[in-house]
Design a protein around this ligand. Structure first.
Ligand SMILES: [Zn+2]
Length: 347
């Protein structure tokens, strides 16, 4: 039976030992003195590699196993969450996915897009001519929001960020739940970082690369979920479905514009930076990130009626690698294996 093979560890078993590692590992979030103190302590016990709810349903266990197997052989983390409730079904490698914050790279472009749309700086149809200075030579040419998200066009988001100014970028980053703990019901969560202020000359680079920003995979799952569920910032909770009560932390202000994002998230998989998650039978949407030796893919599926948000983080990899991990997870969840009797059929 598949269920008996699942290492269904109780989430509360995590509590012991997380804090010290978080201090030792979290960039910019603790003083160097505390870091030194932490590294002098005996090494804490190894954390469970997979967290699923204590009262996990059969589907939760399936999600957990798909996430574990999808990441297998790759250094990183995965979080799987219901975007409409914040219920966390699985967290693979919580040390890297929840207790440590990393530069979100181009996943941060979602924040800039929401800010630009809501503040009237852009519409989904606004275009920018990317003629150089992008990650691809000689540039992407004329791009609108959909194409800019799909191709992760840096000059487009630098242009939007500079027109917004850092104060507004910072405001929307906070509104989308970055820079403070998500409140997940596990010990040792990293709060992440958003710079308080940056020089005007740095706003563009921050808007495209998220330089100086640090987020956890759990925070990005909350952020992406808000764009899917119409603007609700949920408190993520590792919990089984029975008796679960969703906790809304807040709603994005009335007038927040999210329309136009999903086209970009879908195009990223169909024709853009996340094409390694593409499968004709499982429609996935999301945003990649690649920088500073880490890779991300913040995603959801099925794209037309999202059931699960999956955020993949990889170290020593790229958004391409992360989206391939997500692709394996979704295929495992949504693409049933061929029935055994089909093998050796009389064809
Ligand atoms: Zn470009």
């Amino acid at each position: 039976m598949a269920l008996t093979r699942v290492p269904a560890l109780l989430c509360l078993a995590l509590a012991f030992g997380l804090a010290a590692d978080a201090i030792a590992d979290a960039p910019r979030s603790r003083s160097s003195r505390r870091r030194r103190a932490a590294s002098a302590r005996p090494r804490p016990p190894a954390l469970p590699a997979l967290v699923v709810p204590a009262s996990a349903s059969a589907r939760d266990l399936q999600v957990g196993e798909a996430c574990r197997r999808g990441l297998e052989g790759t250094s990183g983390a995965v979080v799987a969450m219901d975007p409409y409730t914040g219920r966390v079904m699985a967290l693979v490698n919580p040390q890297r996915g929840m207790a440590t914050a990393y530069q979100p790279c181009s996943v941060f472009k979602i924040v800039v897009a929401v800010a630009g749309l809501t503040e009237g700086v852009i519409t989904p149809e606004s275009t920018y001519n990317c003629t150089g200075g992008c990650w691809i030579w000689p540039g992407h040419g004329v791009v609108n929001l959909r194409k800019a998200l799909a191709q992760s066009c840096n000059p487009y988001f630098e242009w939007v960020g500079e027109r917004l100014g850092y104060e507004r970028v910072h405001h929307y980053a906070e509104l989308l739940g970055l820079g403070s703990p998500s409140g997940i019901n596990l010990e040792g969560e990293a709060s992440g970082t958003i710079p308080v202020a940056v020089r005007p000359s740095q706003v563009g680079h921050l808007s495209s690369h998220a330089a100086g920003v640090a987020t956890s995979a759990v925070q990005l799952a909350v952020l992406l979920s808000a764009t899917v569920n119409g603007g609700i910032i949920y408190q993520p909770q590792v919990s089984g479905p029975d008796g679960f009560a969703a906790h809304e932390r807040w709603r994005l202000p009335a007038g927040t514009v999210l329309g136009g994002l999903s086209d970009g998230f879908l195009s990223a998989v169909n024709e853009g930076s996340a094409s390694s998650a593409f499968d004709p039978d499982v429609i996935v949407a999301g945003k990649t990130g690649t920088c500073s030796g880490v890779g991300w893919f913040a995603s959801y599926a099925p794209a037309d009626r999202p059931e699960v948000v999956v955020v993949v983080f990889v170290r020593g990899g790229s958004g391409h690698v992360a989206s391939a991990v997500a692709g394996r997870i979704y295929q495992n969840l949504y693409k049933p294996a061929a029935p055994p009797h089909a093998v050796g059929g009389g064809k």
